[in-house]
Design a protein around this ligand. Structure first.
Ligand SMILES: Cc1cc2nc3c(=O)[nH]c(=O)nc-3n(C[C@H](O)[C@H](O)[C@H](O)COP(=O)(O)OP(=O)(O)OC[C@H]3O[C@@H](n4cnc5c(N)ncnc54)[C@H](O)[C@@H]3O)c2cc1C
Length: 519
């Protein structure tokens, strides 16, 4: 059922078994997982069903460090969350992404890929993807002509991506949520504070507000924050009346290790003979899976590099695109969305579009998507300035290190060697990668709008904010979910993992609840 909180009386008290804060990919997936259970689930969403400038403005905040997208517009603040803008690229993290790698500081999740596998499989249908199959051989049987480049598979392999339509959670799942009897969705219920018991070992309630000036108290047995990385950290830090540094922040971990995927054009591939590179090309009509080149775990270890992938665009078309970091600079996310669409589609002549469809070319631009190494100085903190609901605004300091750049360079050196050995052509590194002593980043350096870290998962409370079950260390009924819990970022876009991790938490909470509802 749906309740617009603006219509409630001031100081209303709402009670349920589970309270989920945030109705984006994570929050909606979690709520749907509880439909038909004996539990009363409260789903609190800060916005309404549509874009509302007054709500979106609550996301505005300051930036420092590496140039980034405006905080106000890089996430959407209404029902469905940022899936209103996402592009639908999906692939699971690799086994190595979960491992402690002695060459990657602060790496090592307390869980493994196999712990997420059953939940990845469940996520496929939520994101309207195909079967849980990311093996190239499987997809070669489904589609003709998906020939890999003749590279040594012990060094470079083909990592598959599937494409969601993309699922817009706000429209696709609105009816499911609203019609579910035990899901109580409150829109315009923006959580601004968290209230704990006396010794701050469990949460008693949260406080929500909206621009009518009313405020509400929500009580539950368990609280799950699914507001994405920047807001998850902001809320914990701002809840500082009982714990002066913020909840879950005894060891100064909340907000730290903010991670993005570096997405950056890096090289050109000049083939001896023209080829459509069908396995690696985007199919506009069927949106079938495609591959990106990835470096094998053993080779990553040998050269002590981060995990990253390489995708291909026909060079002529790619050269006409503006860098995404330039295109997405408005405070209005809708305007940025339009600019992005134009950048990718509008500038081409029909002949060029036809060529892109066939993607037959001798020359390709190579695009890197690479994990950012966990870095405690790359972080979300609170500003002294407050938003219209009285909450301190978020500040983001995005900081890269020379490690990311060295890794990108090495990936292309390896590809260049492979291309030479196979005699298929040459890889030409961009100027910014030529000098190995140059640690600066070019003006077109960008991120994938993938927010991770900030409430990272670690067994040791001194190394992270949540434990292996996404529960905040020391606070038994406070759980965080989504990208904020990622210990490391891996190379793939995060939403598949965001939802899988959320379903794993959901499964855990069902066991913890043991069938006892407040009703
Ligand atoms: C342009 C763009 C393209 C992208 N493309 C891809 C892609 O191809 N593949 C991919 O995997 N990912 C992609 N992403 C990232 C993807 O959108 C996110 O990973 C995903 O939306 C995260 O889901 P979430 O539920 O954690 O956060 P969100 O979807 O942001 O949802 C958070 C929800 O919490 C609500 N909320 C926030 N604060 C509060 C509060 N205090 N009280 C109550 N509610 C609150 C918000 O209104 C929102 O509904 C893209 C993002 C952008 C911007």
């Amino acid at each position: 059922m749906h309740i617009d909180a603006r219509q409630l009386n001031d100081h209303s008290v709402i009670e349920g078994d589970i309270c989920i804060v945030g109705a984006g990919a994570a929050g909606i997936s979690m709520a749907m997982d509880w439909i038909g259970t004996p539990y009363k689930v409260i789903l609190l969403e800060g916005g309404g069903f549509d874009y509302d400038e007054r709500v979106q403005d609550l996301y505005a905040g300051k930036l420092s460090g590496q140039k980034y997208y405006p905080l106000k517009s890089c996430r959407l603040h209404y029902f469905g969350g940022t899936t209103g803008h996402w592009a639908g690229f999906c692939s699971p993290l690799d086994e190595i992404d979960f491992m402690k790698r002695d060459w990657v500081p602060y790496s090592g999740w307390p869980i493994h890929r196999k712990d997420l596998d059953p939940f990845y499989a469940k996520t496929q249908s939520i994101l309207e993807l195909g079967p849980y199959e990311y093996d190239m051989a499987y997809w070669q049987k489904q589609h003709e002509g998906l020939e890999p480049l003749p590279f040594d598979q012990n060094v470079v392999y083909n990592k598959m991506w599937q494409f969601s339509p993309p699922t817009r959670f706000g429209t696709k799942y609105k009816d499911t949520i609203v019609k579910a009897k035990n899901i109580h969705l409150y829109t315009y219920a923006n959580v601004v504070d968290i209230n704990a018991n006396e010794n701050v070992s469990s949460i008693t309630s949260v406080t929500a507000k909206n621009y009518t000036g009313k405020q509400y108290t929500i009580r539950a047995k368990h609280f799950v924050f699914a507001c994405c990385s920047i807001q998850n950290a902001r809320i914990l830090l701002a809840a500082n009346k009982q714990a002066s540094k913020g909840l879950g922040n005894d060891h100064d971990q909340v907000g730290r290790y903010f991670m993005e995927h570096l997405e950056i054009i890096s090289a050109e591939l000049w083939l001896a003979e023209s080829s459509p590179l069908k396995l690696y090309s985007w199919d506009f009509t069927t949106k079938r899976p495609r591959a990106e080149l990835a470096i094998q775990a053993k080779t990553q270890e040998e050269f002590k590099i981060l995990n990253g992938t390489v995708s291909f665009s026909p060079l002529e078309a790619a050269r006409k695109r503006k860098p995404i970091i330039e295109v997405w600079q408005s405070d209005d996310p809708r305007k940025n969305g339009e600019n992005l669409f134009k950048n990718f589609n509008k500038k081409y002549t029909p002949e060029e579009l036809e060529q892109m469809k066939k993607a037959t070319s001798r020359a390709y631009q190579l695009f890197t998507r690479i994990e950012q190494a966990p870095n405690p100085n790359s972080r979300v903190t609170l500003d002294t300035e407050k938003d219209s609901l009285g909450m301190p605004r978020a500040m983001l300091h995005w900081e890269l290190t020379p490690f990311e750049k060295r890794s990108i360079r090495k990936i292309y050196e390896l590809l260049g060697l492979q291309a030479g050995k196979a005699g298929i052509g040459r890889v030409k590194l961009f100027d910014y990668l030529q000098d190995e002593n140059d640690t600066s980043w070019p003006s077109f350096t960008g991120g994938g709008w993938h927010h991770m870290g900030t409430t990272r998962m670690a067994d040791d409370p001194k190394q992270g904010v949540v434990d292996a079950n996404c529960t905040v260390h020391g606070i038994s009924n406070l759980h965080m979910t989504g990208g904020s819990c990622f210990t490391t970022a891996g190379a793939p876009n995060p939403t598949l993992t965001v939802v899988a991790l959320t379903l794993r938490l959901s499964d855990h909470l069902k066991k913890v609840m043991g069938g006892k509802s407040i009703g």
